[in-house]
Design a protein around this ligand. Sequence first.
Ligand SMILES: Cc1cc2nc3c(=O)[nH]c(=O)nc-3n(C[C@H](O)[C@H](O)[C@H](O)COP(=O)(O)OP(=O)(O)OC[C@H]3O[C@@H](n4cnc5c(N)ncnc54)[C@H](O)[C@@H]3O)c2cc1C
Length: 310
Amino acid sequence: MHIVPPSFEVLDHLDHESLAVRIEFCGRICYKSEDKIDRDSALPFVTKMAEHGHNSVLEMGVVTLQVLCSDQQKVIDLFLTQPKYLHIDRQGDDLLVTGSVRAFREMLMFHPDCAMVRAMCSYLNRRHPYFFSTILPENGLKDDPTISVTKMELADVDRLPPEQRAKHRHIGVKFIVNRAITHEIVRHRPCSFLQESQRYCRYSDDKFGNEVTFIKPMFFEEDSPEYAIWHRAMLDTEKMYLQLLETSSPQAARTVLPNSCKTELIVYANLAEWRHIFNLRTTKAAEPSMREVMIPLQEEFKTRFPDIFH
Ligand SMILES: Cc1cc2nc3c(=O)[nH]c(=O)nc-3n(C[C@H](O)[C@H](O)[C@H](O)COP(=O)(O)OP(=O)(O)OC[C@H]3O[C@@H](n4cnc5c(N)ncnc54)[C@H](O)[C@@H]3O)c2cc1C
């Protein structure tokens, strides 16, 4: 049995990677197969995800487009699709449209006749054909002379006024916490999530040290009688889990694993949603082990984006 403290990491380094690299990095957390990442692994991985429709993985990359359309009816038609998962703003004559790879794919699948959708997906398809190859309309995607689409670079997103930036700028955070905490975090529906799978991960394998990892509970002092009870319960649980694995699959054996089990969760959301999460999850009403990670994380956001988090 292994015991670790809770932790988090802001995934800034992914912001400067391609969509494929960041989607692969996040996607592999589910299977804990990060050891398979190499220079050439991203494209085959994301192509497989797109082909197999593992859509939540495709939420882990967003892009902001600047769209100029001289035909107002086509703009109205875009809004009539009720694009729930796109963030749309005006910037002068342009529209700013931010969405994940999944959001743009599903716009094309469900609204292939919308000129704005076709124009945006045509632009993205030229840059990232592997995301769209299996869902292209029969007659393909042609450019529309009344619509121009360009990508807004991250540096330009970061120069937007605070309230626009809060909507369009997305940040990923990897949490290593217990399962009770991730169960609460995933209630924040506007975020995208990927989590280590107890169905796939077999903790008796060498790569997990042949043991179960638990998160140290902040409720009990290490030399207290309560901590001793908790420690004994985890040892017993691990023993039963490993015993079940001798005859059963990980998804069956995991039924004995407790809330204290360590898990990894990537949360990807815009800054406005992070602000909302911190408002709910750092106050005295929030669960103490939630506050244990959310308060220091909020401090990191204040340092990075002082005009949005104060
Ligand atoms: C201190 C605390 C105690 C809690 N206790 C409990 C508890 O005892 N039991 C429990 O079940 N939960 C509990 N929760 C979870 C809570 O009910 C929320 O699910 C969670 O905090 C997510 O917050 P939210 O509702 O703002 O976010 P979300 O549900 O993610 O909503 C965010 C925004 O998305 C929009 N939205 C998303 N889906 C819909 C929809 N279907 N219809 C309309 N609008 C939508 C809304 O605009 C909303 O403002 C608790 C949370 C906290 C912080």
